[in-house]
Design a protein around this ligand. Structure first.
Ligand SMILES: Cc1ncnc2c1ncn2[C@@H]1O[C@H](/C=C/CNC(=O)c2cc(-c3ccc(F)cc3)cc(O)c2O)[C@@H](O)[C@H]1O
Ligand SMILES: [Mg+2]
Length: 214
């Protein structure tokens, strides 16, 4: 049987990027997905917003929901300070396997823990399994109808602290209307929309940054 899109993306990284150089991995994926085959990475335009929010937060512990091929995992991990950790959650084993290889190619495997399974099952286990007290930063980029239930779960599991930043991809396209309503109407969040465009296209999309107020 033929290769999958994630496998072709991995091949493009192995062919065009430099081992141990995260920026070259990011550029290789962006080039491939813009010129050869679109894929649902956060991409270069929204990626710059992700970078700037990350640099501002400088998280010690970060969580990503929806690893896919590891593009945003590499974007986040490359900006973490020494000793900081990123936990990324992915329930599709084939995607997780490609992501592990892309993360390792970038040389970031020591900063990243990729956990396979559904976010709803794994979030309640974060404290016991990974010794996490709180997350300073959460990137939501998995199924859009899971953004609200998982945000509530993070609250209920005591994994958010005053100042924790949630950054959600695709709040316009494909859209996460319930999530926008939730964080924008809740007194427990201070929310802001960063307008951008859907990865590798001219279609509008954006990121919603929500600060947990405790
Ligand atoms: C509960 C649970 N637990 C664990 N892993 C989970 C999980 N739910 C999903 N996953 C994982 O996360 C990724 C899924 C990402 C979903 N993202 C999108 O659907 C998406 C779509 C577009 C898009 C926009 C316009 C179009 F025309 C077509 C597609 C753009 C995007 O940026 C997206 O993120 C994928 O790797 C999936 O296995
Ligand atoms: Mg996305």
């Amino acid at each position: 049987t033929g290769s999958s899109r994630p496998q072709r993306m991995l091949k493009a990284v192995q062919k065009n990027a430099t081992k141990g150089d995260p920026q070259s991995v990011i550029s290789a994926i962006d080039y491939y997905c813009r010129h050869k085959e679109w894929a649902m990475n956060v991409g270069d335009d929204k990626g710059l917003i992700l970078d700037s929010v990350l640099t501002e937060v400088n998280p010690s512990t970060a969580l990503e929901l929806g690893t896919y091929c590891g593009y945003s995992t590499v974007r986040i991990a490359r900006l973490l300070s020494p000793g900081s950790k990123l936990i990324t959650v992915e329930f599709n084993p084939a995607f997780a396997e490609v992501a592990r290889q892309i993360i390792a190619y970038a040389g970031l495997q020591d900063k990243v823990t990729l956990v396979e399974g559904p976010s709803g099952d794994l979030i309640p286990k974060m404290k016991e399994r990974f010794g996490i007290k709180y997350f300073d930063f959460v990137f939501l980029d998995h199924w859009k109808d899971r953004y609200v239930p998982d945000t509530k779960l993070l609250e209920d599991c005591g994994l958010l602290k005053k100042g924790t930043v949630l950054l959600a991809d695709n709040v316009i396209c494909p859209g996460a209307p319930e999530y926008l309503k939730y964080v924008r109407n809740s007194p427990r969040y201070e929310s802001r929309y960063y307008k951008s465009n859907l990865e590798y296209t001219k279609v509008e999309d954006g990121l919603e940054k929500s600060v947990f107020l405790g």
